[in-house]
Design a binder for this molecule. Structure first.
Ligand code: AMP
Length: 221
């Protein structure tokens, strides 16, 4: 990956909901020593704190729809401003529309930076639906999947014994909405970044280790 940013690069993880951007992005950020910036996580934190943005965003999130671009771009701009200049960034779930990608270019250009690589994680839709609708989270952060990685006792965390949470936007109807939003509004970013010579395709169908290996190869470091 070519870097024009002095310190770390700017990497975008692109892909459908459920393809593993979160899992892979956290690990990649840790291994590279870069910030992992997930707009979904930032929005959930804002919602938890009942900020004005969080309350506005919550109704879109629960319906599986995208939060309006201007809210997201402001959120990302403010978040980047809190980070040391030049720190590497792994974006997860952002940008999700062409206008967001254009805004990201402008925000980065203001700091003399640019997107260096975009990794597109790909997997068949039937796997994505099971990965998302089967997802259950413990309040301690551990995430299970009732199909692929179930807890020992239904609905209860193995580590803490607390009830597991099924995110409102992980319910089957909302999952279908999220996948169709991805196809219609986010998938055009594939061409956007391909035209700029930044896109690398990564097979996201295998297990976590296998996908991570393919991702590291695509990142080129
Ligand atoms: P995620 O955890 O990335 O699947 O995001 C959860 C939800 O947050 C999405 O379904 C959207 O409602 C909202 N969201 C996250 N990132 C964005 C974004 N870049 N643009 C618009 N909405 C977003």
């Amino acid at each position: 990956m070519r870097e024009t940013n002095g310190g770390g690069g700017v990497l975008v993880l692109l892909g459908s909901p459920g393809v593993g951007k979160g899992t892979q992005g956290v690990r990649l950020g840790q291994d590279l020593g870069w910030a992992h910036v997930s707009t979904g996580d930032l929005l959930r934190a804002a919602l938890g704190e009942r900020t004005v943005l969080g309350v506005k965003a919550g109704k879109y999130m629960d319906a599986g729809e995208l939060v309006p671009d201007h809210l997201i771009v402001d959120l990302v701009r403010e978040h980047l401003a809190t980070m040391p200049a030049g720190r590497g960034v792994v974006f997860d779930g952002f940008p999700r529309t062409v206008p967001q990608a254009e805004a990201l270019d402008r925000v980065l250009a203001g700091a003399g930076r640019t997107v260096n690589r975009v990794c597109l994680l790909e997997a068949p839709e039937e796997i994505l639906v099971k990965r998302i609708s089967g997802r259950r989270a413990s309040p301690n952060g551990r995430v299970y999947n009732i199909y692929f990685d179930p807890p020992l006792r239904d609905g209860v965390c193995d580590e803490t014994g607390e009830p597991l949470i099924h995110r409102a936007d992980d319910h089957p109807d909302t999952v279908r909405t999220r996948l169709s939003v991805y196809r219609e509004v986010t998938a055009p970013l594939v061409g956007f970044y391909e035209d700029r010579g930044l896109l690398a395709r990564v097979d996201g169908e295998g297990g976590i280790e296998q996908v991570y290996g393919a991702l590291r190869a695509a990142v080129g470091r």
